[in-house]
Design a binder for this molecule. Structure first.
Ligand SMILES: NC(=O)c1ccc[n+]([C@@H]2O[C@H](COP(=O)([O-])OP(=O)(O)OC[C@H]3O[C@@H](n4cnc5c(N)ncnc54)[C@H](O)[C@@H]3O)[C@@H](O)[C@H]2O)c1
Length: 455
């Protein structure tokens, strides 16, 4: 569904009116297009004294062809050390791992204050830290936890389609950060902001960054339309052999998606009692395994709990949560998900914030978060990661059915003043799916433009 307000605000007269009346001003977001550079403009990189990440980050960005301006290394950047001129940098990256006490947080002010206007539109802010649970003592843990407040506020202040994230890199995981830096710097993360990402030590194989999923088999449920169809398309573009699954009633649309992705279609109602075995048999016979499982199928049946029909409660919990658990159990028992495998759930900000009229849906989506947190440590020894995306307002048929005022509020109540697109969710799923993301497990990442809900 199109966002007519944003289209109008992007016209000349629309812009003038929006500015004069102080109305929400949705920027045009930089989204990835094949062949795009990772980022437009140089990356300004700096570190608090004793930081352990600036060097590896510098090396990997330089190897990826990104221009890096790093005051600790001799550069030819005339802006080094000077207040940033408006629109100089594509990204500001700060290694805060050296901060071990709250008094050291001043270094962040010293870095960001002169550069507050130096980002280009759709620029990126990335702060690297050590997760409080991995810190040496309470002082360091306190200072590292404080980074969240800085990053989330910058996400709200810098505007113009910029994003800000905090990446906690556990000691020993310094070599496991490339897929995340690439995702966050690129247009693939256009609608992801204000997030905290945790990277843990893991063996990361060599990655072909153009086709990271080449040779991998990816199952996408609910793939006939909406977000699922786009996930199938994006994973296929990254090289995956896609198995697109949806209910038999959606067979025609499903076949179109599967064909476009060069994959296969599987018509199956996930809630059928024999669905897990039929699915496992299909994957075993056709492919011998499944490397990436994306549990995207989901439904809503909205009513306040006092007025809700019990069947609506049951069907939402069945599709959105219980059927996924049964499928995971069978795929894992039969060892169809090999080392390097990825289980990816689709939660929702309703599962984080709760939502009036969605007790069933929010319960199921909070359950998806519980599933990620419970399964991730269990499957780590098998080399399988478990993560979820939590979309906010995404332009699909699901949100097109919302009452008009709620829909408008959903679109505007975030740092981007607009809804996300299915591709924003799909790109985040693709980042989790990448072999380069071996160190990312147990994460729930919101794709919500930094929505105010549940923030
Ligand atoms: N659109 C949003 O703003 C938004 C926000 C947060 C979360 N989500 C979540 O994202 C996912 C996709 O949402 P969407 O907006 O693309 O929805 P959609 O309704 O457009 O598509 C969902 C797909 O799932 C399929 N499906 C439903 N029940 C199934 C079953 N029993 N077996 C197999 N397939 C089944 C449907 O046929 C449909 O093709 C859902 O899990 C949804 O809860 C969406």
């Amino acid at each position: 569904m199109s966002d007519r307000y944003a289209s109008f605000a992007h016209t000349g007269p629309g812009r003038a009116l929006v500015r004069r009346l102080g109305l929400p001003d949705p920027p045009r977001l930089r989204r990835h297009r094949p062949g795009d550079p990772l980022i437009h403009g140089p990356v300004r990189l700096d570190a608090a004294r004793g930081g352990r990440l600036a060097q590896p980050v510098h090396a990997l960005l330089a190897a990826a062809g990104v221009e890096v301006s790093d005051p600790s290394v001799a550069t030819t950047d005339p802006n080094d050390g000077a207040p940033g001129q408006v629109g100089t940098y594509g990204a500001l990256v700060y290694d805060a791992t050296g901060i071990t006490d709250s008094t050291g947080l001043r270094a962040l002010f010293d870095f960001f204050h002169p550069l507050a206007r130096a980002l280009r539109p759709s620029g990126r802010v990335i702060v690297l830290g050590t997760a409080p649970e991995s810190c040496g003592g309470p002082r360091e843990a306190t200072a590292q936890r404080a980074l969240e407040g800085l990053v989330r506020s910058i996400g709200k202040e810098f505007g113009r389609g910029s994003t800000a994230q905090l990446v906690y890199v556990a000691p020993g995981a310094e070599h496991a950060i490339e897929s995340t830096l690439r995702f966050l710097l690129s247009g693939r993360s256009a609608y992801v902001s204000g997030q905290v990402i945790r990277i843990t030590p893991a063996e990361v194989p060599e990655v072909d960054w153009d086709r990271p999923l080449a040779g991998r088999v990816a199952l996408v449920t609910g793939a006939a339309r909406g977000i699922g169809a786009t996930i199938a398309e994006v994973l296929a573009a990254e090289g995956a052999r896609v198995v697109a699954l949806d209910v038999p009633a959606a067979g025609d649309a499903l076949a179109e998606v599967a064909n476009a992705a060069g994959g296969t279609a599987l018509q199956l109602d996930l809630t059928a009692p024999d669905a897990p075995t039929r699915l496992a048999d299909h994957l075993a016979e056709r492919h011998g395994r499944v490397d990436v499982v994306v549990h995207n199928a989901g439904i809503t049946r909205d009513r306040t709990i006092g007025r809700m029909n019990p069947d609506w409660w049951d069907s939402v919990l069945e599709v959105n949560l219980s059927s996924q658990e049964r499928i995971n159990d069978v795929l894992l028992e039969r060892e169809l998900v090999p080392a390097g495998g990825r289980l990816i759930g689709v939660s929702s900000i309703a599962g984080i914030a709760g939502n009036r009229g969605q007790t069933n849906y929010a319960t199921s989506k909070a359950g998806v978060i519980g599933l990620v947190q419970a399964l991730a440590p269990q499957l780590a020894p098998r080399g399988i990661t478990v993560n979820a995306v939590a979309p906010g307002f995404v332009e699909t048929r699901m949100t097109a059915r919302m009452p008009v005022l709620l829909r408008e509020a959903g679109r505007r109540m975030n740092s981007m003043a607009q809804g996300g697109l299915p591709v924003d969710v799909a790109q985040t799923v693709a980042w989790f799916a990448s072999p380069g993301s071996a160190g990312i497990t147990g994460n729930v990442i919101r794709v919500c433009g930094q929505s105010l809900l549940g923030a």
